[in-house]
Write a protein that binds this ligand. Structure first.
Ligand SMILES: *Cc1c(COP(=O)(O)O)cnc(C)c1O
Length: 402
């Protein structure tokens, strides 16, 4: 998106504000589908938790996407956005049997990731086909905060427990119609992904009633120029070949499913903040913006390095800044970052703000969560109002005793 457009949006809707470029979402979706165009049946299930605004979900629905959900509330959002329950997969971790049963009753595909619930669900509902989440124990990326495939991970059923898994399926007479893995965010290496896929193929052979295989996600997107990203086209070529070969061996054309979040929405997002104070200390120049980890926590939680551009002065002389927020807590967005000269009142734009940014926002310091704007066909559409004081008070109960 162009700086002038973003500046106008900040002016019209105030700051801070999240802006999403619909065109980028569409082009990422198409890029992924065309990388796998030689797969007979492809299903892309957008991971709702990355960015769950109902208008964004409706955009995905219009593209023919399915949804990957991790809570009953995300399922409800998806249904409200118009998704067919058959196009929603429920991939929770550690939720109650009751929640799984409720979602299943809505006609949504269930994905179970532990043997205890699998056995209980299978015993009660042997006729409902279920997908199982396998943990192939493959490390994707190097960061254990976001790597969910390692041996001590809480996600998935270990491949070492396949014998017990098979016994549960046999005893309950349930049907396994899908097999799934998600090794975590940030796959750095296609070969690692293909290696994990082989484990999934090996596991799949044990289940004669499969309809689909879900390879999860974890595709890496660039955070700056020259940054490494998953080569989707190369992965598409290699995995397609292997998948089609597997289907032949298996004797059935299965659906190949993915559930990307970050890949589809990360780069579409821009977070616009205004500089309240430029503060010089003995060692550092701080630019303090009207936000904090209440709005964007990824830099503090994961150490993610979002590019920050001063769109009010893009041609200015570059200087070094620490960009921090207004929260009464250390809320450093960027340390010692080269940014064009910042004056108070300038608008700083955070890139890659589409995935896991707004959805992780909170009301810490009793601040409002910001507005969200969708840039669609050359127009800015408000898709979420900024909160108000009523939202802060909502559900709070004032005791009369004091
Ligand atoms: C979060 C999540 C995803 C999406 O991961 P990205 O790295 O955003 O692509 C996919 N599948 C499951 C099960 C998830 O929990």
């Amino acid at each position: 998106m162009e700086n002038n457009t973003l500046l106008k949006i900040a002016e019209e809707f105030g700051s801070p504000v999240y802006v999403y470029d619909a065109e980028k979402i569409v082009s990422q979706y198409k890029r992924l589908s065309s990388a796998f165009s030689k797969v007979k049946k492809l299903k892309i299930n957008y991971a709702t938790k990355a960015l769950s605004n109902i208008s964004v979900l409706k955009l995905f629905n219009s593209l023919g996407s399915g949804l990957d959900t991790v809570s009953i509330q995300e399922v409800q959002l998806g249904l409200k956005a118009g998704f067919n329950p058959k196009d929603i997969i429920f991939t929770p971790n550690g939720v109650s049997l009751k929640e799984i049963e409720e979602v299943s009753a809505m006609g949504v595909q269930i994905n179970i990731d532990n043997l205890s619930i699998l056995e209980q669900f299978g015993a009660k509902h042997p006729k409902v086909p279920v997908c199982i989440r396998i943990n192939p124990h493959v490390m994707a990326g190097g960061n254990t905060n976001i790597s969910v495939g390692h041996i001590d991970s809480k996600f998935g059923i270990s491949i070492h427990q396949i014998p017990l898994l098979l016994r549960i399926v046999e005893n309950t007479k349930m049907t396994i119609n899908g097999i799934h893995m998600h090794t975590g965010s940030d796959i750095l290496d296609i070969d690692v992904f293909l290696y994990a896929s082989e484990i999934l193929f090996d596991t799949a052979k044990h289940f004669p009633d499969l309809e689909f295989m879900d390879f999860g996600s974890g595709f890496k997107v660039p955070y700056s120029k020259g940054d490494i990203e998953t080569n989707i086209e190369e992965l598409g070529e290699k995995l397609t070949k292997r998948f089609n070969q597997f289907c032949k061996e298996y004797g059935k054309t299965l659906t190949l499913a993915f559930e990307p979040g970050k890949f589809l929405v990360s780069e579409s997002g821009f977070f616009l903040t205004k500089v309240n104070v430029v503060k010089q200390t003995t060692s550092t120049v701080f630019a303090q913006v009207d936000s904090g980890f209440n709005h964007l926590i990824r830099p503090m939680l994961y150490g993610s390095k979002h590019e920050i551009e001063n769109i009010s002065n893009p041609a200015g002389r570059e200087r070094f800044y620490s960009v921090v927020g207004y929260i009464c807590e250390t809320d450093t967005f960027a340390n010692n970052r080269r940014i064009t000269e910042i004056s108070e009142g300038d608008i700083l734009c955070f890139k890659n703000a589409g995935a896991y940014c707004f959805t992780m926002a909170s009301n810490y310091n009793s601040r409002y969560r910001p507005a969200e704007v969708l840039w669609y066909k050359g127009k800015a559409h408000l898709i979420r109002k900024q909160e108000s004081f009523e939202d802060i008070l909502r559900n709070q109960i004032e005791l009369e005793a004091f």
